[in-house]
Structure formats: C-alpha cells, structure tokens
Design a protein. Structure first.
Length: 334
C-alpha cells in the first residue's frame, strides 16, 4: 500500500508566483533539477497560450521550511522560467514585452491563476523520486537522471568536478543536458577498473545509469577518484584544445585517449602530451584524406576501427580492447 503523501491543489496568481520567485521564496533550480530545455519558441508559446485565455499544466512545489513559506520546484521549471522571463521584461512575445502593456493588461495577466500542487515537506529521496516520475513534455535523458542522483557521493563529487572544469570539458564534449556525463562516468570507470584498463567501462544509456547507481562508495573514496579524474581532464584539455577531432569520432577518441592516460598513470608513467597531440593530428589528417598513404599501419587501422565502431554504434569490451591496443602502439611509436 502506498504511503500517504501530504499535498494540496491551490490556485496562485502569476503575480504572486513571480513575487515569490524574485523574493527567493521559490527555488527554481534545486540540485536534482535539470537545465532549462525549452527553446525561446516554447517559452513564447507558453505566454501566448496564457494571453489567449487558455490554461497551462500545473506546477508542483515542495515546502522546504518549517514555516511553510519557502518552496522549491519539483515540476514545471521551464514554465516558471518562461513566466519569470516575461514578467521581468526579458522575453518578447508578439512584438511586445510585459513592460509595454498598459496597466489594465498587466493586472489582467498578473491575476491569471495557475493551478499549483503544494507538497508538504518531503524527504530528499522522495523529492528525487517524484521528479524523475513526473517529467512531462521533454523526457529526462539518461544523463539528466544521473544528475538528479546527487545523494550518491559519487555523483555529488562528479558534479563538483564538472562545475569547476566545465569550460575545459566543452573543448571536447557536448554538455547540453549533461550529455558529457557519459564521458566523465566512463573515465571514472577506467580509474576504478585500472587493473583491467582494456575493458573498463561504465557503458551508455540504460547501462550507464545502472552502473552509476551501483557506485555505493564513501565520500572519501569518491573524492580520491575525482582527484585522478581532474588530472586526466587537464591532460585531455592540453591535447584536444590544440587539435579538435571531427564531431563524428570526438567522443570515441576522447575516451580512448583517457584510457591511454589512465593506463600510464596506473604504471606511474607520464603520458607524453606532444606524442598525443601528434597522434590526434595524424587522425585528423587520415580522416581528411590529407596523407592517407603515409599513415603508419597501426594508426591507419585505428582510424578504420573507430569509423566502423562509430557507424555501427559498437560499444563492446572487445572493441575497447582492440582500440586501446592500437592507440597505445600508435602513440608510443610516434
């Protein structure tokens, strides 16, 4: 039998919601929330819906203090963001901004009632469970699901590294909707499984989320892993900020380079950054067909394998092992 949950439905005016947001009484971005995923067209569409007199889906808020005056957004972050942008004159709709409306139109819009679900105080795990279950419109990606698992020390510490190194990560990874978590988690898996580096992986998609949830480690253990991850990110940035690989192979090459760096670290050896840069440049040349006849055999085979894996979306340990052996020999021979 389900546990009884304390909640109620109320109607709140747009003006009161906006006042609570600017007053700090509604947290639109609690730690488990995803990034804003609506584009400007969708934000404008929501305001147009309201201006045309139609209702919008409800917003869910959870109480966070004893007095019941502070709340955080469980569901409806993109709707709240759209209201906030329009009411603060940062969203143009049908050729006007909110400030351009006359007084009566402003009062009419501000008095529009938004159905709101107000929860009593919930345990942190219950908030995250509800958040993951209730998503509407744009479903949570697997990496957004991982982002919301910040109660796990592994995820909490991984998020801290990402926030600190985001600009560097953007040199070699797409970061929208936390998609770079696939790369970061797989590098972490290499660090954890360094003794069998050829096959260490966290997987992707559903396998990735399952791997993350199995990482039931202490905070100190997670911090140790993130310390090594920080070193690897520094070295990847030093290489990939100089020579960017084509989008179609960027993730695969980045992970293969990370595997090579972990391999060297595990043996107390230093990965030669100049050799790695030369390797990436040679890959780019081969892919561009600049010097295909001059590609060393191992390098040419690596390019062939990575193109094959990318085209077929192959993510097997056998493939990782093959590519690792090729990249290791190729870099060491340069």
């Amino acid at each position: 039998m389900a546990t009884e949950v304390d909640y109620r439905y109320v109607n709140l005016s747009i003006r009161s919601i906006f006042d609570m947001m600017i007053g700090g009484f509604i947290d639109r971005d609690p730690s488990y929330q995803r990034e804003i995923v609506w584009k400007r067209q969708q934000q404008v569409g929501l305001i147009c819906t309201l201006l045309d007199g139609y209702p919008i889906p409800s917003v869910s808020l959870v109480t966070t203090d004893v007095k019941g005056s502070k709340r955080e957004c469980l569901d409806g972050k993109n709707r709240l963001e759209s209201l906030y942008l329009y009411m603060s004159n940062n969203l143009e709709v049908r050729g006007h901004r909110y400030e351009d409306l006359d007084i009566s139109a402003k009062m009419w819009f501000g008095n529009i009632q938004i159905q709101t679900v107000i929860f009593g105080r919930l345990a942190e795990d219950d908030k995250r469970h509800y958040f993951r279950c209730i998503q509407e419109g744009v479903n949570l990606s697997k990496t957004e699901q991982i982002w919301s698992e910040d109660r796990l020390p592994f995820v909490f510490n991984l998020r801290r590294v990402r926030e600190r190194r985001l600009r560097d990560i953007q040199e070699f990874a797409e970061t929208k909707r936390y998609s770079d978590f696939t790369i970061l988690c797989n590098i972490a898996a290499m660090i954890i499984g360094a003794k069998n580096i050829e096959k260490a992986t966290a997987g992707h998609s559903t396998a990735l989320t399952a791997w993350v949830r199995r990482q039931q480690m202490k905070d100190s253990e997670a911090q140790d892993i993130m310390g090594v991850l920080d070193v690897i990110l520094t070295r990847l940035h030093a290489v990939l900020s100089v020579h960017r690989t084509p989008d179609k192979v960027r993730v695969s090459v980045t992970l293969d380079l990370a595997r090579y760096i972990v391999y060297k670290l595990h043996r107390d050896q230093t990965a030669d950054l100049d050799r790695m840069r030369s390797f990436v440049q040679a890959i780019n040349d081969c892919l561009a067909g600049v010097v295909p006849d001059e590609c060393p055999p191992h390098l040419a085979e690596y390019v062939s394998v990575i193109l094959r894996d990318t085209a077929s979306k192959t993510y097997t340990r056998k493939s990782f092992e093959q590519r690792f052996n090729l990249i290791r020999v190729s870099i060491d021979l340069l």
